[in-house]
Ligand binder design. Sequence first.
Ligand code: ATP
Ligand code: MG
Length: 392
Amino acid sequence: MNNHEILYLLKIGELVLKGDNRSLFEKQLRRNIRAKLPACSVTFVTQKGRMYLRASKCSREYIEQALVKTAGLKGFALAVSVEKTIEAVTQAVLKMLAEQSSFSPGSTFKVNSRRADKSFPLSSYEICCAVGDAVLKQFPGTRVQMKEAQIEISIEIRNKAYIYSAVQKGPGGLPVGTAGKGLLLLSGGIDSPVAAYRMALRGLRQDAVYFHAYPYTSNEALEKVKTLASILSEYIPGIRLYVVPFTEIQLEINRYARTEEHTLMMRCAMIRIANKIAAQIYAKVLITGEALSQVASQTIESLTLTNSVSDLLIIRPLIGSDKEEIITLANKIGTYETSILPYDDCCTIFSPVHPLVKPEKDEVSARFNSLKLDEMIDAAAEAALSNGNQLL
Ligand code: ATP
Ligand code: MG
């Protein structure tokens, strides 16, 4: 455990573009970071174009694990702050470099400096020269290189002097919560967790709904979805999972719908139930992992049909992505290994061999309505709402 204070520069990327809303976005970002670091004592210093995080009572690893998964952060770097004198700045830079074992004879470096406080006696250029000379003297055999230096040291003269190097990447995008809330249709597959991640980076907070057709889908399948939701919770703090008992509806569809339309009917039922749940939890949009033409239910005609039974906008962030791209992202966010565990989802078990690929919207939605599933849909949504559990 670390009792001394740790300082990080937070790079907030796209937030910079947000004009008057900027302070709201920053506030949400601070709130999200604070919520992710319950074990730390946290304060923020926010100044034009820059945000610093001060933390104590926790370790660097703990902080960095949280920051690396915080939407809205383009990057972050361990920093130090010292009094505003060139001597103190130089000493701090030398100490920082001495701690970097990769900095040795032959290494290249560059010093950047920004002087927000114009009363500081040296210009930015003079700061760079003074510090650069001291580094060359202390570490013989190292070289200054302007382009693609191995190590960049940044110095900012503000209320104090801040020094950082080694910027680590965050996910970028916008802070979760700045775009409102959506309901994710989370299956056990590869795509929907990636869709959730994409929308998290656009600032959308999300809860998730899973349609569980027990015993046709096993409890292991449900566990898998819970694991996915908990991995997602590192990016989407506070995500809840609602589990819909879907078996009766599946069987009803299997019994009374045309075989080639089973999947489409099931998807219409899912969308209707998701709308009901969304209304109760104040979610304003649905998110799915669909990609154009990936399967029969993801053709333009099929998507038009499912749109037509939804009051809410359905966002499909992967609509133009190919599978490889999706898998790369799934690996990056850590969901891939779980997604490929071999448990059938409800869709594959009840899939027709020759599904209808190009449904005519009005005819098929009329047949969906004639199944008279309304009561079962209400009951399924109710049951899911009563079991929504918080995941941390
Ligand atoms: P995924 O890899 O996300 O499962 P998929 O390629 O298998 O997608 P489908 O099974 O047709 O495609 O599902 C399309 C989308 O519908 C999913 O991405 C997900 O958003 C939603 N979905 C499918 N099955 C379920 C389910 N059992 N519970 C919740 N959502 C589901
Ligand atoms: Mg699937």
